[in-house]
Design a protein around this ligand. Sequence first.
Ligand SMILES: CC(C)(COP(=O)(O)OP(=O)(O)OC[C@H]1O[C@@H](n2cnc3c(N)ncnc32)[C@H](O)[C@@H]1OP(=O)(O)O)[C@@H](O)C(=O)NCCC(=O)NCCSC(=O)C[C@](C)(O)C(=O)O
Ligand SMILES: [Mg+2]
Length: 359
Amino acid sequence: MRSSKDFFRPLAVGAPQPVTEIPARPSRAIHFFDPSNEKMAAKVPQMVGSVDVLLGNLEDAVKADNKEAARAGLVRIAKETAELGGQSGPTQLWTRINALDSPWVLDDLTTLVTEIGDKLDVIMVPKVQGAEDIHYVDRLLAQLEARAGLERPILVHAILETARGVANIEEICGASPRMQGLSLGPADLAADRRMKTTRVGGGHPGYLVRSDPDPDQPDAHRTTYQQDLWHYTIARMVDACAMHGIYPYYGPFGDIADVVACEDQFRNAFLLGCVGTWSLHPKQIEIANRVFAPSADDIRHARRVVAAMGDGTGAVMLDGKMEDDASLKQCLVMVELAEQLAAIDPKLKAAYDAVEVSA
Ligand SMILES: CC(C)(COP(=O)(O)OP(=O)(O)OC[C@H]1O[C@@H](n2cnc3c(N)ncnc32)[C@H](O)[C@@H]1OP(=O)(O)O)[C@@H](O)C(=O)NCCC(=O)NCCSC(=O)C[C@](C)(O)C(=O)O
Ligand SMILES: [Mg+2]
C-alpha cells in the first residue's frame, strides 16, 4: 500500500496530477449503448443533453465478434459528437472496458486513452476483485495519459460482480485517487455467489417473509412481504463509498418491460444513498432522472427545516415533529443535490424555484 504522502503523486512521469476530491457531477442515469450496434449508435448524438451519462459498453452484451467494431465505434462517436464528454459538456462520456483477464482489454485501454482520452470522463472496470485490479489500471492509465499528453486524469469506477469483490469493497474504494464510484453487477454477482436467481437485478417472489399464523384460524391467508435481495450489498456499497468520498450506483434492471418494479428498485437505492443507476433502454432514462432527484415536496420540507433551524443548532418543532442539527444535515443533503441538478436540468430548476416555503 502506498504511504499517504505518495497517494496523490502521479504514477507516471508526465501524467496529470491526481484529483484530491471526486467532483459531484450529476449522474442519475448511466445510459448503456453498444457502439457496434448501428441503430443504437445512431441514437447517441441526439441523446446528449437529455441524459447525464452516456456509456459506450465494450464488455458483456457486446458479441465477441463485434468487440473491435464496438471499440472503433466508440472512438468515432466520441470524436464526432462535440458536446459529449469532457469537463464542461452537458453529458459525460463513460465506457465499460472488457474484463482485465480478457483478450481485448489492453487494446481497449490503449486505444481509448490515446484516441479520446480528453473526452472520456470515467472508465468502468468490470468484475473487480480487489485493490490489485485498481492498481493495475491506475498505473497503466497514468502511462497512457502521459503519452497522450492529457491534462486531467480519467476516473475509474468498479463494478461489484464477485463475492471477493464485495468482501474487499473498502480496499477497492480506497485503492486510488481515481476511484469515482461503485456499481452493483447483480447478474454476475448472483452467479458467483451461487444464488438461485436467473434475473438481471430486481427482486424475486420467493424471497419473502410471512406473517405468523392466526392461532384461531390456522388455515387463514397469511400475508407475505417480498424482501430486497440486494439490500445487503447496496448498503455495504453506500457505506464504503461514503467512507472514501466516492459515489454508489444501483446497476442494471433487466426487466425492461416492468417499469413499475424498475422504479421501485431505483427508489430503494436512492433512499439508501445511491446517486444514480444504469439505464439499459431509453425508457429507463426518464425513470432514473425522476427517481434520483428530490421531489418538490422533499425540497419544500428541507427548506422549511433549514429556515426553522436558524444557526443550525438546537431543536425545534415542525408539524409535530422534532427537528435538530442532524435532521438539518439530512435536509442539506437534499438541498445541495437539488442545486447540483438544477444547474444542469432546466425543468427541475423551474420545479425547485416554484417551491414556496411557509413557516
Ligand atoms: C435490452 C435490449 C436488447 C432491447 O433492445 P430492443 O431493440 O429489443 O429494444 P426496442 O424496444 O425494440 O428498441 C427500440 C429502439 O430503441 C433502440 N435502443 C434500444 N436500446 C437502446 C439503448 N440502450 N440505447 C440507445 N438506443 C436503444 C433500438 O435500437 C430501437 O431503435 P429503432 O427504433 O431505430 O429500431 C437493448 O436495449 C440493449 O441491448 N440494451 C443494452 C444492454 C446492455 O448494455 N447490457 C449490458 C449491461 S447489464 C450487464 O452487463 C449486467 C452486469 C452488470 O454485468 C451484471 O449484473 O453482471
Ligand atoms: Mg457482469
